[in-house]
Design a protein around this ligand. Structure first.
Ligand SMILES: [Zn+2]
Length: 368
């Protein structure tokens, strides 16, 4: 796979700007370390792998001392800062970095639209959000229990780098699972395939679990209905009718019923609604659908319903964002973002691998 200018740019863009957050080698120390590492590699290759010598000679030129450490400080603040603080609080030199990243982001976005890669444009826009790339640094727990297997990581990375999953050339253009969708027209169809309902359910449940883990850190267990915090729960209305939601939390003097959903902004339905042109189209639509449904069932009096909809990239939808913003401003949400995004990236990848026939279709999906 050749390293195109697009890939090079995505690699260097901060994670909150849909990139991998791997800054280019710039700054005195980094450049010196880079050259030292090359020297060591060259010695090793010269001694043990002489065939690879020509590769070492063709590495791009690195100049020591072109930029100072402020570049790195800026990169770190850009990755970790809260959205609204960024532009208000940054000193001039950091604002310049921010402006450069924004310009690069916009250039990529416009080139995707020009090339009519609307599903990539939608995914790219949705990925521009704090935390959507946090899975890239996920170590899988202190004991590595949750580490990705390499094929999962590769597929997750492909999605992030706007490379369509490669289809199995032995199959035609139709999805081998549902036999309905044309993968040439909807390359990211695996994230939305009807035959993968159980996998979607698991992806949904892991997002719910991450949210529960966040609540557990800040509230006593008994703030959650029934004290236990796994599985779906029913909430009784005054009319005696039961409504099913994912989480109920009594906090801040109110009761909230949260219903979790994951939507794919690059799905053809949402592209038609404009998800490549504006952010939050998919999540807002699904959130509004859920609210309408809750109202139709006449909800539960005194309970605030929150459609906690996130996009498959990890972006919080507007309803979820509002809930966080209004109630949990002082709560450190970094671990939540990391857990949720690691789960989303892994399950997205598993869905792609299933559609490619590289892992087995989940048992519950057969015949669906
Ligand atoms: Zn399908």
């Amino acid at each position: 796979m050749p390293v195109t200018p697009l890939l090079r740019c995505l690699r260097a863009l901060p994670q909150r700007f849909s990139g991998l957050g791997l800054p280019r080698h710039q700054g005195g120390i980094s450049e010196k370390v880079c050259l030292d590492a090359r020297e060591t590699t060259a010695t090793f290759v010269g001694k043990w792998l002489p065939d690879l010598r020509s590769g070492i000679d063709s590495l791009p030129e690195v100049e020591v001392g072109r930029m100072d450490q402020s570049f790195y400080r800026a990169e770190i603040v850009l990755e970790d800062g809260e959205e609204e603080e960024l532009e208000r609080r940054l000193p001039q030199y950091m604002l310049q970095h921010l402006a450069t990243h924004k310009r690069d982001w916009l250039e990529i976005y416009q080139s995707l639209l020009r090339e009519r890669r609307h599903h990539h444009a939608a995914w790219f826009m949705s990925s521009a959000y704090k935390g959507t790339g946090s899975w890239l640094l996920w170590r899988g727990g202190t004991d590595g229990r949750f580490r990705y297997v390499p094929s999962e990581f590769v597929e997750a990375l492909r999605l992030r780098l706007l490379i369509d999953p490669v289809r199995n050339p032995r199959h035609g253009p139709l999805c081998t699972l549902c036999d309905a969708a044309n993968l040439e027209e909807a390359p990211l169809h695996p994230l939305d395939c009807n035959a993968l309902r159980p996998a979607r359910r698991w992806r949904h449940d892991r997002v719910r679990d991450a949210l529960i883990a966040l609540f557990k850190t800040y509230f006593e267990d008994d703030l959650l209905v029934n004290g236990t915090v796994t599985g779906e729960r029913w909430y009784d209305g005054e009319d005696g009718v039961r409504r099913k939601v994912d989480i109920v939390v009594h906090a801040w003097g109110s009761t909230y019923a949260l219903d979790v959903a994951v939507v794919d902004p690059s799905a053809p339905t949402y592209i038609r609604m404009g998800s490549a042109a504006r952010p939050d189209v998919a999540a807002r639509h699904r959130g509004e659908q859920k609210i309408a449904y809750w109202r139709e069932m006449q909800g539960v009096r005194g309970v605030n319903f929150v459609p906690f909809v996130v996009e498959a990239t990890g972006r919080l939808g507007p309803h979820a964002y509002r809930f966080f913003h209004d109630n949990m401003e002082d709560v450190d949400k970094a671990t939540f973002y990391q857990r949720m995004n690691a789960a989303l990236a892994r399950w997205n990848a598993r869905m792609v691998l299933t559609c490619k026939g590289e892992i087995e279709v989940p048992r519950e999906a057969q015949g669906a």
